[in-house]
Ligand binder design. Structure first.
Ligand code: ADP
Length: 238
């Protein structure tokens, strides 16, 4: 199987005036297409930095990050944004929907950067919204939706380009446990279609519900384990 994400001895150093912060101190792992994994760690452990590397939002200070076989350090900003738009769908804790746009317009947004005709963009967004069960809310604005519905719009937006990877940052962090479980079920369904899912979280319940869990601590991988996942419903009750 092809390695969709590959990190080799990745280090990231932030300069803070005279001081340097080592956010990642040499992490290595590989992810195959179709995996469903969580990256877990406490606040400050380097999760967001790691996510930024996978999401082509930042480049490493040293080491090699390769996404779909492409080394991000060798790419221009423009090439990175194309790779990001074509390959990765992002889901955030606070949804990041545009408030002045309808559900349908929000779901169509990532397609704006691809040369696709408007009627086809609309059809693709309608299909993505149907898959998350929101066909009856397409004309609503985000402010008219519940937290769970907003996250489902965000998932439709993330999947509308049919990306190889979904990268989710604390996707259930703002939701109650039942709604969180529904969101995880949805990720499970998307994963069954072959999409790689990476969830970045500090929530150990999610770590127990994914087939692989990488624990980051103090900028290093403490543990990288394949587990028999607990069903989402059970995991979120704990
Ligand atoms: P987490 O997502 O696990 O909370 P981060 O990746 O955000 O951890 O941060 C890891 C470390 O790097 C922390 O010590 C944090 O303060 C530092 N850090 C993160 N981003 C920056 C930045 N842009 N500039 C300076 N230090 C940063």
């Amino acid at each position: 199987m092809a390695k969709i994400i590959s990190m080799t001895d990745v280090k990231k150093i932030y300069a803070m005036g005279e001081q340097q912060v080592q956010a990642l101190r040499g992490i290595s792992f590989e992810v195959e297409q179709g995996e469903f994994l969580s990256i877990m760690g406490p606040s400050g452990s380097g999760k967001s930095t790691c996510m930024n590397m996978i999401g082509c939002l930042d480049r490493p200070s040293s080491g090699v990050v390769s996404i779909c076989g492409k080394q991000t350090a060798l790419m221009s900003e423009n090439e990175l944004s194309v790779l990001r738009n074509r390959t990765i769908g992002f889901v955030f804790q606070q949804y990041h929907l545009l408030p002045a746009m309808t559900v349908l317009e929000n779901a169509m947004l990532p397609l704006r950067y691809q040369k696709i005709e408007k009627s086809l963009r609309r059809d693709m967004a309608l299909e993505a919204l149907e898959k998350v069960g929101l066909s009856d809310r397409i004309k609503h604005f985000p402010s008219e939706l519940s937290g769970g519905q907003k996250q489902r719009v965000a998932i439709a937006r993330a999947t509308v380009t049919k990306p190889s990877i979904i990268l989710a940052d604390e996707p259930t962090g703002a939701l109650d446990s039942t709604t969180g479980e529904q969101v995880l079920e949805l990720f499970g369904k998307i994963n069954e279609g072959g999409t790689t899912i990476v969830i970045v979280t500090h929530d150990p319940r999610i770590g127990k519900a994914t087939r692989r869990c990488i624990h980051i601590f103090d900028g290093l991988i403490k543990n990288d384990e394949k587990i028999t996942p607990i069903p989402f419903k059970e995991a979120m009750k704990r």
